[in-house]
Design a protein around this ligand. Structure first.
Ligand code: SF4
Ligand code: SF4
Length: 467
């Protein structure tokens, strides 16, 4: 259940967006303009363009970002990773993770306010649509509290239809990262019955996006997002936050009264998308959107006082102390981030191979013994990660006397980004067999004249059992 009836006053003992009975208190943040709002809008537009454009951009014959679940290949800006390369993910997660820690320790919740997809979608798409249809914060509140009639019903139908449409579009873009635009278009042409799973995924995603952005909204940041909870452990008194200068602002009062610069106009509270009063100090709900800075600066200009009563600063800076940028945690996060990112770049460019090979034993016994030989049956899986066909030749590398491989002996071609499985039958005459051993399969691939050595365990009985 959701309510908006009367305007709530934020306090430090409860979450503004949750009513005493547990229902959702709907916020209607007032419109704001200013340099940070404009910069955020431009940056959000840029990120949205990137999000929509990435599946369209082709690099090395594949979309710039394509997590191809069907063939289990990940295409990232021209580099193709197979499941065997997933160890690279370890470095990407640690490198990017610690870089984010570093940014948080330096700049606080700048990620949440400026770059988080949830904030971008909520503030720059869904709330923008709502503002166009229902008007500014005061009008939206009035409409919410008004009885149902033609005007309210029409606006609700139009707004929620647009919300559903945008959710469906975003869901389609999201799915295209996993199936590619070409296949997504093919799914759409062939209809939902031919691709029930993909259709179900789109329906599910559309539903999730609609519920999150039309109903749940800022509660996700306040109650669900784990990053928000983690951040208090990464920040300290020198981290840049958005804060209110108590020394300058208090005692608050009317413009003409002697006292601090805060005239208690509550403009910073009214624009806040999470419903808090920044003058109460840094709070978990603050997503660092900077709306309160622009709102307060606007007031300061009007009453002819310096801007920056609410501003980007550290806790120390707001209390008149020197801000220390270089501190132990910065070195630790920077060091760990650099190690991860350097390893990521190195492994991606120098170690992630253009071809990969894996093997598994065929169904049945691990080995077969007949009158004259011992045999192991393997299946080789070869993947060409290049955007051009490649030829493969498979043989044993310096095998012990008598060992041979068959089923793979002819040179064959695998198409660009293709994958084939080939039987590899390893045989040794009984008279040459000396017990289980390790063999090396040599795979020569062109272009690139790449040689891959793949170890295979040759299983067999105790050789004394032949005597
Ligand atoms: S907008 Fe500025 S002046 Fe107005 S209440 Fe907030 S801090 Fe005080
Ligand atoms: S307190 Fe200011 S920066 Fe924090 S969420 Fe509210 S408006 Fe944004």
């Amino acid at each position: 259940m959701s309510t908006t009836k009367s305007k709530k006053t934020p306090n430090l003992d409860s979450v503004t967006t949750v009513n005493d009975d547990g229902s959702h208190y709907i916020l209607h943040p007032a419109d704001v303009s200013g340099k940070f709002t404009r910069a955020r809008q431009i940056f959000a537009f840029f990120l949205l363009v990137v999000y929509v454009a990435l599946p369209w951009i082709q690099i090395n014959g594949a979309p710039a970002v394509f997590l191809d679940i069907q063939t289990r290949q990940f295409h990232l800006f021209g580099i193709t990773l197979a499941p065997q390369d997933l160890w690279v993910m370890f470095f990407s997660i640690t490198g990017l993770g610690f870089s984010l820690f570093l940014i948080t320790a330096l700049l606080g919740r700048v990620w949440c306010g400026w770059a988080c997809p949830y904030t971008i979608f909520l503030e720059h798409i869904y709330r923008r649509i709502e503002r166009i249809i229902d008007g500014d914060g005061a009008n939206r509140r009035k409409l919410d509290n008004s009885p149902w009639g033609f005007n309210k019903a029409t606006r609700r139908i139009v707004k929620h239809s647009l919300f559903l449409l945008v959710s469906a579009l975003l869901a389609h873009v999201f799915l295209s990262y996993f199936v590619s635009l070409r296949r997504l278009y093919q799914f759409m042409e062939e209809g939902p019955m031919a691709h029930a799973f993909a259709f179900g995924a789109i329906l599910f995603l559309t539903g999730c996006l609609y519920v999150c952005f039309a109903r749940f909204r800022e509660q996700f940041c306040i109650m669900v997002c784990p990053y928000g909870r983690l951040q208090s452990a990464m920040t300290d008194d020198n981290t840049m936050i958005i804060g209110y200068d108590v020394n300058r602002g208090e005692p608050r009062g009317k413009v003409k009264q002697a006292g601090g610069d805060c005239i208690d106009c509550r403009r910073c509270v009214n624009v806040c998308p999470t419903g808090i009063d920044i003058r109460d100090g840094l709070q978990l709900e603050c997503i660092g959107c900077a709306a309160c800075i622009d709102a307060c600066d606007e007031i300061m200009v009007k009453i002819d006082r310096p801007k920056g009563l609410v501003r980007y600063d550290s806790y120390n800076g707001l209390n008149g102390k020197q801000r220390k940028i270089l501190r132990p945690r910065i070195f630790v996060y920077a060091g760990l981030g650099c190690i991860g990112l350097t390893a990521l770049v190195f492994t991606t460019f120098f170690k992630a191979r253009p071809y990969t090979v894996s093997s598994s034993r065929m169904m049945g016994a691990p080995f077969y013994v007949d009158d004259s030989s011992v045999r192991n049956n393997y299946q080789l899986r070869l993947l060409n990660k290049r955007n051009q066909p490649a030829t493969f030749n498979i043989q044993l590398d310096q095998p012990p006397a008598g060992y041979s491989i068959s089923g793979t002996d002819q040179t064959f071609t695998i198409e660009a980004h293709g994958e084939v499985s080939r039987p590899a039958i390893l045989t040794v005459p009984k008279k040459s067999y000396r017990g289980p051993t390790e063999l090396v399969v040599l795979i020569k691939a062109d272009p690139g004249n790449v040689k891959i050595k793949h170890k295979i365990r040759f299983a067999g009985p105790n050789p004394n059992s032949f005597k």
